[in-house]
Ligand binder design. Sequence first.
Ligand code: SF4
Length: 319
Amino acid sequence: MSEPITAADAEILLAQPRGFCAGVDRAIEIVERALQRFGAPIYVRHEIVHNAYVVADLRRKGAVFVRELDEVPAGATVIFSAHGVSKEVRNEAQARGLNVFDATCPLVTKVHVEVGKMRAEGCEIVMIGHKGHPEVEGTMGQAEGGMLLVESVADVQTLQVADPARLAYVTQTTLSVDETLEIVAALKARFPLIAEPKKQDICYATQNRQDAVKFMAPQVDVVIVVGSPNSSNSNRLRELAERLGVPAYMVDAPEQLRAEWIAGKRRIGLTAGASAPEALAQSIVDRLRELGARNVRSLGGIEETMSFPLPKGLQPVAG
Ligand code: SF4
């Protein structure tokens, strides 16, 4: 049996795909273009995406992040974050005459449209998601009542519904694919007539990044996930690696990386959540090199080509 080698011999394996998704790219571009077109300050309701590095960068450029619309002065420009907003927030912005640009990811909007249709058909809707996450608040705020939140299989067992024959479900876009399958199976077992979304709500980026970790985990001794603590999809990547039996840590900045995590490890896997910029991932690679890792190798995987159009008023001028 070969001796475990020191961090000085370690190799870094980069998951593919990792980092920014099309919805995050678009949301950041919306803020940057609004700043260019209208000048600072541009108000942004909630963190545009859940990444401290991105938020700090936009703040430096003139974005002002607020929790609620009452912090936005009359007549100002406000951007809704990629996670989406409730109808109430949208109506409030309109009533106050704010200049709104909506950075809601189109894949979140798809779930909002689904909720609207399901409610119009008279269904009560079960949302699978994490309580308090802005996406869940936005999606549950697409209907006035008639929505129930479940976070786990245990929640399904205690769920009280109005009519099991008029029930449907939707999910948050950034959940664990495997855990969601278990929750859906529990819902179907208890409520066999429950209607499902036409296509799963978990987005392509979440699915692809989880698939990439499944491919990477058996090849490495430790996984480092680049992401902020409030990023749902980044947390799911770390949990997934651990479920696959590999110690996994999440870092938001190079100085958070601890030497003991990689001491004696032969191969270090690196991935990044959908809201984590590649520059940040590269700074983690640099830190790993400082700690003694040698080679960096990109793993094979899906090349993503998805992109979403910018909202009217922020699109590039032709010519
Ligand atoms: S993680 Fe998925 S739903 Fe969220 S912004 Fe990216 S593409 Fe859109």
